[in-house]
Design a protein around this ligand. Structure first.
Ligand SMILES: [Zn+2]
Length: 228
């Protein structure tokens, strides 16, 4: 549906009572409407919210532009647990990649496979950290995963499997600790409540009363957690 200059994809859901608008990470917009809601009602509602939607889309596009274009050159900032470290490509480095003081030191030999080197770094550094935090929150949530893994998860931050394994995207390790904690609590709670029901969100809230702030951050700034 075209609203002003915006193309909004309309979805319908039997579970919805109101119209919600989602602005995706890439800046595209969709709206979810109640199943029996007619097009005219949807159009009126979206037109009334056009200004706000445009503002959010513009913000999203600005965020995308500002953060996603990284290249592996000296001085470029890369993230680790919410902190920025400038890249220093070194001829003499003994390790493929490590953090020394305020820098990411990458061995020049690894430059052709810099992306893989970073991903390996996030996996290796992230796993012991996640293990510790998962153990801590497991006690609070009352569920424990069989195992945890850091893998490539496409467009998902984290997921849990029917076999009670929790998967985290390696990108999570770029986020600040509060966001990582939220993703952990979210997935641990899924071991109790597989769906995003009221009970699920109440359980998340009881462990992490500020979870909404983390959800909003991921929604608005999750796009900054791109390697290049
Ligand atoms: Zn979920």
């Amino acid at each position: 549906m075209k609203i002003g200059d915006l193309e909004i994809e309309i979805k319908r859901s039997k579970r919805r009572k109101t119209i919600t608008v989602n602005i995706e990470r890439d800046g595209s917009v969709n709206a979810v409407a109640p199943f029996d809601c007619d097009d005219e009602t949807i159009r009126k509602e979206l037109e009334a919210r056009e200004y706000l939607i445009c503002k959010h889309v513009a913000n999203r596009i600005a965020v995308n532009k500002a953060y996603v274009n990284r290249t592996f050159v000296n001085g470029q900032a890369f993230l680790f647990m919410g902190e920025s470290y400038n890249l220093h490509i070194s001829e003499t480095a003994r390790k493929s990649l490590e953090i020394v003081d305020d820098k990411f030191v990458l061995s020049e030999k690894c430059l052709p496979k810099a992306k893989e080197t970073f991903i390996n770094f996030y996996k290796k550094q992230g796993l012991p950290y996640l293990r510790e935090r998962v153990a801590y929150f497991s006690k609070l949530v009352g569920r424990e995963p069989v195992s945890i893994r850091i893998i490539e998860l496409g467009s998902h931050w984290a997921s849990c499997t029917p076999r009670q394994t929790i998967n985290f995207h390696w990108k999570c390790i770029m986020a600040k600790p509060m966001i990582i904690d939220y993703l952990i609590v979210h997935e641990l709670t899924h071991l109790k409540y597989p769906q995003h029901t009221r009970q699920f969100w109440d359980a998340v809230f009881s462990v992490m009363p500020n979870y909404k702030e983390c959800e909003d951050w991921l929604h608005n700034y999750g796009v900054t957690l791109e390697l290049i």
